[in-house]
Design a protein. Structure first.
Length: 218
């Protein structure tokens, strides 16, 4: 029997914003890999760094769901157990293809040769990921809104973000701003202490912009 959770609804719209960073980021990485001249390891390095960051971010996001979201939905929305099982299976496929990308990335980062193999692996990885994100947004997000409390949702986001190193947190914040509206940015940053907000506006944005110029080769 389903157990309705009486609480303020979780702001599940945040999920689509986070997914947007992956929908945009991984195809951009495949394009940049293809554009890198063979043997140009200087150009390959910042691309590899950012691709590694995106893969780490996705891993943090998915392991956070595995630990904090799926168990609650299985307990509270039991008739949807087959759906949750499918989501977990999709996570495994995405993780397997992520491992294939990482294996090729290590060699390409050192040599900048055979970039097309890495780009194709990224294409395959992204296809599996987008299928999962589409299903999650269509079928799972409504369940989260109904069965996960606002406080549990907030804690899931905080714990996921804390898995980043401090430099990665700066990149994650900038990546989020790149795909979000001002209102959406406020969802994620509204409760930050004022000094941290000021530091981001004065220093963080410049550091992030410089970092991304290196990634894109501007």
């Amino acid at each position: 029997m389903r157990t309705q959770i009486p609480s303020t609804s979780a702001r599940t719209e945040e999920m689509a914003v986070i997914h947007r960073t992956f929908r945009r980021g991984f195809p951009m990485m495949a394009e940049l890999v293809r554009q890198t001249p063979p043997g140009d390891t200087t150009r390959a390095e910042p691309i590899a760094v950012h691709l590694d960051f995106l893969l780490n971010g996705l891993h943090n996001h998915h392991t956070g769901e595995d630990a904090n979201i799926w168990p609650r939905l299985l307990e509270r929305a039991a008739p949807q157990a087959d759906l949750i099982t499918r989501m977990e299976a999709q996570h495994e496929v995405v993780a397997e293809r992520s491992s294939q990308v990482r294996a090729l990335l290590g060699t390409w980062r050192r040599t900048a040769f055979d970039g097309e193999a890495l780009a194709v692996a990224l294409d395959d990885f992204t296809a599996a990921l987008v299928e999962h994100l589409d299903d999650e947004e269509r079928y799972v997000v409504p369940l989260i809104r109904a069965y996960v409390t606002a406080e549990e949702w907030k804690r899931f986001g905080q714990e996921t973000f804390e898995k980043f190193t401090n430099p990665e947190k700066l990149v994650a914040t900038g990546t989020l701003e790149d795909v979000a509206s001002p209102e959406e940015v406020e969802w994620f940053t509204g409760e930050l202490p004022l000094p941290i907000k000021v530091m981001w506006r004065v220093v963080g944005r410049r550091k992030y912009a410089r970092y991304m110029r290196g990634v894109r080769g501007d």
